[in-house]
Ligand binder design. Structure first.
Ligand code: ADP
Ligand code: MG
Length: 642
């Protein structure tokens, strides 16, 4: 029988690394191993309940789900057992021998090798099953998946050493049993008192009973009686009154539902009464999980119906732009046998979802107002995700827009901290629009030549440099009645901000320049749609702008880099006639030289906004020819820039 054969497999390199790190770094908090094992048993019970909704037989006649904990002083073992879903041989290998979670790679990349720093990191990473090895030098796991025959039991064992064994065994009881063979120095855990207090501290919120044997001796009959004693409160935390729940209890509950090692940033505990009754206990994590960008990740908000776990779900209970929220929603009115299909089109679920969204937005507004430092942390971790809401959630667009934070030219702070309301409050008398620029990086945005005129006039511009900002820029058309305007698009019209004199001056200049602009357009040919005089530049000679209705240049670059084949938009080149380079250009009579100048101007305009040259070699060649033709460096042809 090949199935039954015992095989010895090597741990994934990552697993070895994590084990090593964990054993050394979590040693000061070693009792958490129990929290992790109990948490897994509780998850396994949830999974069984969920699967049994459509197949009752999976309970195998035992729907009284529990977690048993016992220790053996002589064998020096601690055993945690559950009658949850259990695992097949394949699942054991997949779940226990490897770390398949997305984001693990990033986690390992972020490790520094500095033990103190890595300890912090590992604390944020849900440590899980492997924490057993903090106190045990050998771990045996016996399991059978509910619904499989007794002959499909599995025995997994590892004494670390980089490997583990798996063997198919006979196992009557479905569910999982984990036996920890304690390290010699860990005897302190072989104590009723110690184990009770660890459960009380970390696992009291677990809704299943956690049971330990209680041994009493009857004096009359001189015999020992072993009873089962439930150690935890075994009551759903969220059903208790808020005032009764301690901060620690909330935090431990959060760590369990979120698989997170550190406390949350904020929580929202709420009971809604009426025709559609439900309770929400939601948390904003303190740190983005490693799989935040994985839209398939189901660990978001869990749905319960009258205290019974129904399923993990992200999309039905909260929209994707709130996928960082963790916690539970417990409905009093949904049917227990609700399926995913029903969830898709259920009015009550829709109402719960929109209520939950409002609660989360309300909580964020509250933090933003009262705890700016906390809000800054939130924004750093989850701001990019929240921005998706402006595009995705039309009904809450305005509220979400108020929660956004940006860098702007007001203080040139690379950390986004300015709200659109702040911006609007500072708008100049006569300023009608909210101006923004998008670029690939803060520096590129901050130093863009397009901002010159805005800086000169003291008009604030939002500096957008997050990838998603491109979409934001095209979807957030207005805020507080003011339209948003890209400074790199269309003609600049400052309206009342420009004095009549300035306008006249500009027109005059533009007339006398007309012939040179035509010459430039001729030289560039199809490269540009139009060449015109600029209103935006004060210190740079030229810049490129997009047509009012065309795609923003940086959005175009983003799409191209994402492999999309889009027809390039012809940019409009704007020339600054005051610039000495341009002045020199107008006097150039040699057509070849004129053309070289023009191309140099065009290419540097492209470069300065973060674009890529079509033909960098020719650019360099032209530049060098220019230098050589200038010959002597003290020649009057050399241009001094202001
Ligand atoms: P996490 O709980 O965050 O997924 P763990 O390391 O704690 O990470 O557990 C890894 C996986 O092993 C779990 O996701 C689950 O699939 C499986 N597992 C662990 N313990 C049990 C158990 N008692 N019953 C069933 N499956 C389990
Ligand atoms: Mg776990």
């Amino acid at each position: 029988m090949t199935e039954a054969h015992k095989e010895t497999l090597g741990f994934q390199t990552e697993v070895k690394q994590i084990l090593d790190l964990m054993i050394h770094s979590l040693y000061s908090n070693k009792e958490i191993f129990l929290r992790e094992l109990i948490s897994n048993s509780s998850d396994a019970a949830d999974k069984l309940r969920f699967e049994a909704l459509s197949d009752d037989a999976l309970y195998e006649g035992d729907a009284d789900l529990k977690i048993w904990l016992q220790f053996d002083k002589d064998a020096r073992t601690i055993t945690v057992r559950d009658n949850g879903i259990g695992m097949s041989r394949e699942e054991v290998i997949d779940n226990i021998g490897t770390i398949a979670k997305s984001g693990t790679q990033e986690f390992f990349k972020s490790l520094t090798g500095d033990n103190a720093k890595d300890t912090q990191l590992i604390g944020q990473f849900g440590v899980g099953f492997y924490s057993s090895f903090i106190v045990a030098d050998k771990v045996t796991l016996l399991t059978r998946r509910a619904g499989l025959e007794a002959s499909h039991g599995v025995r997994w064992e590892s004494a670390i050493e980089g490997e583990y064994s798996v063997e198919t065994i006979e196992r009557k009881q479905h569910g999982t049993e984990v036996i920890l063979h304690l390290r010699p120095e860990e005897d302190e855990f072989l104590s009723d008192y110690r184990l009770h207090s660890i459960i009380k501290k970390y696992s009291d919120h677990i809704t299943l009973p956690i049971v330990m044997p209680k041994v009493t001796t009857s004096e009359e009959k001189d015999e020992t009686i072993i009873e089962e004693e439930v150690v935890n409160t075994a009551k759903a935390l969220w059903t208790r009154s808020k005032t009764e729940i301690t901060e620690d209890e909330y935090n431990e509950f959060y760590k369990h539902v979120a698989h997170d090692g550190q406390a949350p940033l904020a929580r929202i505990h709420n009971k809604v009464e009426g025709s559609n009754e439900y309770t929400t206990l939601l948390f904003i994590p303190g740190k983005a999980p490693f799989d935040l960008w994985d839209r398939n990740n189901r660990r978001g908000v869990k749905l319960y119906v009258r205290r019974v776990f129904i399923m993990d779900d992200n999309e039905k209970l909260l929209p994707p732009y709130l996928r960082f929220i963790r916690g539970i929603i417990d409905s009093n009115d949904l049917p227990l046998n609700i399926s995913r299909e029903i969830l898709q089109h259920n009015k009550q679920i829709d109402a719960i979802r929109s209520g939950a969204v409002k609660k989360v937005l309300g909580a964020l507004e509250n933090i933003a107002k009262k705890e700016p430092a906390q809000y800054a942390t939130f924004w750093k971790e989850f701001g990019s995700v929240l921005k998706e809401g402006v595009v995705d959630d039309y009904s809450n667009k305005e509220r979400i827009a108020k929660l956004l934070r940006f860098s702007t030219t007001y203080d040139d702070n690379p950390t986004p901290a300015i709200s659109l309301s702040d911006y609007v409050e500072r708008m100049k008398e006569g300023q009608e629009k909210i101006y923004f620029i998008t670029a690939e990086s803060f520096k590129a945005a901050q130093n863009s030549p397009h901002l010159e005129i805005f800086r000169k006039k003291g008009i604030e511009v939002l500096l957008l440099f997050d990838q998603i900002d491109e979409w934001l820029g095209t979807h957030l058309h207005e805020f507080d009645g003011k339209s948003l305007q890209s400074v790199t698009k269309g003609e600049l019209n400052f309206g009342d901000l420009e004095s009549e004199d300035e306008k006249k001056e500009a027109e005059k200049a533009s007339d006398s320049l007309k012939s040179m602009l035509d010459r430039i357009k001729n030289a560039l040919g199809e490269q540009v749609k139009e060449v015109r005089m600029t209103h935006r530049l004060t210190t740079s000679p030229a810049c490129l702008v997009a047509d009012e209705h065309a795609m923003d240049a940086s959005l175009e670059r983003l799409l191209k880099s994402a492999g999309q084949d889009i027809a390039g938009n012809q940019p409009i080149m704007e020339i600054n006639p005051q610039h000495p380079l341009v002045e020199a250009l107008s006097g150039e009579t040699d057509e070849k030289r004129f053309k070289d100048w023009v191309f140099l101007l065009f290419d540097q305009a492209l470069l300065s906004e973060g674009g890529q040259l079509n033909d960098p070699a020719t650019f360099v060649k032209r530049m060098n020819e220019m230098f050589i033709s200038m010959g002597n460096l003290s020649s009057p042809r050399i241009i001094t820039l202001n």
